[in-house]
Design a protein around this ligand. Structure first.
Ligand SMILES: C[S@@+](CC[C@H](N)C(=O)[O-])C[C@H]1O[C@@H](n2cnc3c(N)ncnc32)[C@H](O)[C@@H]1O
Length: 404
């Protein structure tokens, strides 16, 4: 350990506002803690934060996403747009319809499909629009969620299940069609950095006094120091003590997609900002957030395997990484503008106002999906493409690409 390494936050007992996990959940978490401690012991007593986050979320059979935690919905830890209302999928279906028409057919690939709600509603809407893709591929790291996706599809769209195929890896090169991912990038492990007098430090995790703790040390993750240097050229120098995080995995993920896509588009929806807002001098503690039983807090080292850990998305970095690997940037907009551009208002107008219950449910969903105080502005949509000529309908109302 170099002298520049210093302990940071100590993880004590659960913050008072968080409910105690059930004994079974605690046992589960202890098994994951043991696994992480075992890896720590084998790697000199510390691991970069992104590796801790990877294990906490995706350790086989034990991670938050890879084991049986409820996660989605009112009984889980958080709610996503496809879970709020089928309106989200119905709008996205219209964007897919436009793309599939230009491509004269093709496949869909959804990455990180959660409960399968988006896949189900998207397929049903594309069927209604007579624009079903040949295949609906799902790339999902969690066997537990793959099972839930299959159950959701069987319950609500069994007649379309033959089109659905779960992949173990990216599709073969030659893919033509549309790739979609809602709240995937925010679930990728991120690296933490801090500006010290001596230069850029990286965030690590170690075990001390019966708890995981953060500490800062000389960076070991390839690309971290260079990426922070490049960021400072864009947004200005960070003050000493400035902390934030970087998603070093999104670029290679996009590169791998670019190698597979012959023609088509990638539509990513997530919460985040352009780099000038993300790395604003006042946002000097980064954007890491944890969700447990619908409570949000900022301590990722507690409740391993029981809580979600996320970071906002730097959409400037996503656009730049996309351009670097040969995609064109087709648009960037708030979720509200994207959904309205795809025809959200006409879907609402077509609902029968005499069916009061249904109409009110739809209106409430529209509010949650589009109001600036809800998901409307915090969430953004970005589209990257290869060999697509048309302007995309999702960005027809407003395209904020110039802000990236
Ligand atoms: C926050 S959830 C979002 C789920 C869903 N898209 C929704 O909006 O409800 C993140 C999803 O991405 C999956 N995931 C995370 N990293 C992945 C990766 N590299 N490849 C495929 N799936 C991934 C998780 O297992 C989970 O299904």
């Amino acid at each position: 350990m170099s002298s520049s390494q210093s302990p940071n936050r100590r993880v004590g007992p659960l913050p008072a506002e968080l409910p105690e996990p059930e004994p079974e959940a605690q046992e589960h978490s202890i098994r994951l803690i043991e696994l992480i401690r075992h890896e720590l012991a084998q790697s000199g007593g510390r691991m970069p934060f992104d590796r801790f986050m990877e294990l906490a979320l995706y350790a086989p059979g034990l991670g938050y996403y890879t084991a049986g935690a409820r996660k989605f919905g009112e009984a889980g830890d958080f709610v996503t747009a496809p879970e709020i209302s089928p309106l989200f999928a119905r709008c996205l279906a219209r964007q897919c319809q436009q793309l599939l028409e230009e491509l004269e057919g093709g496949d869909l690939l959804e990455v990180g499909a959660g409960t399968g709600a988006l896949a189900t509603d998207l397929l049903l809407e594309l069927e209604a629009l007579q624009k079903l893709p040949q295949h609906y591929f799902i790339l999902e790291v969690s066997p537990d969620l793959q099972q839930r996706q299959r159950e959701t599809l069987m319950a609500r769209a069994a007649h379309l299940i033959d089109r659905v195929e779960w992949l173990d890896a990216m599709p073969e090169p030659g893919f033509t069609g549309v790739v979609i991912a809602n709240e995937l990038l925010d679930a990728m492990p991120v690296s933490r950095f801090k500006m010290a007098e001596s230069g850029v430090q990286e965030g690590f995790v170690r075990w001390a006094d019966d708890a995981f703790e953060h500490y800062w040390g000389e960076s070991v993750s390839p690309g971290l120091v260079d990426t922070v240097a490049a960021l400072q050229e864009q947004v200005g120098r960070f003050d000493s003590g400035y902390e934030s995080e970087l998603n070093l995995r999104a670029g290679p993920w996009l590169q791998s997609l670019a190698q597979r896509i012959e023609r088509g588009a990638v539509v990513l929806i997530d919460y985040g900002y352009p780099c000038s807002e993300y790395y604003h001098p006042q946002r000097n503690m980064g954007t890491l957030m944890c969700h447990y039983r619908h409570r949000a807090h900022d301590e990722p080292l507690i409740l391993p395997g029981l809580q979600d850990i996320t970071a906002h998305v730097d959409f400037t970095a996503v656009a730049k990484a996309g351009l670097d690997v040969g995609f064109a940037l087709k648009g960037y907009a708030t979720q509200a503008h994207f959904l309205l551009g795809c025809g959200l208002d006409s879907l609402l107008m077509n609902s029968d106002p005499n069916d009061i219950k249904n109409h009110v449910t739809l209106m409430q969903a529209v509010k949650r999906l589009t109001m600036p105080t809800e998901m409307g502005e915090r969430f953004k949509a970005i589209a990257l493409s290869k060999g697509i000529e048309s302007s995309l309908i999702g960005f027809s109302l407003r395209d904020l690409s110039g802000r990236l």
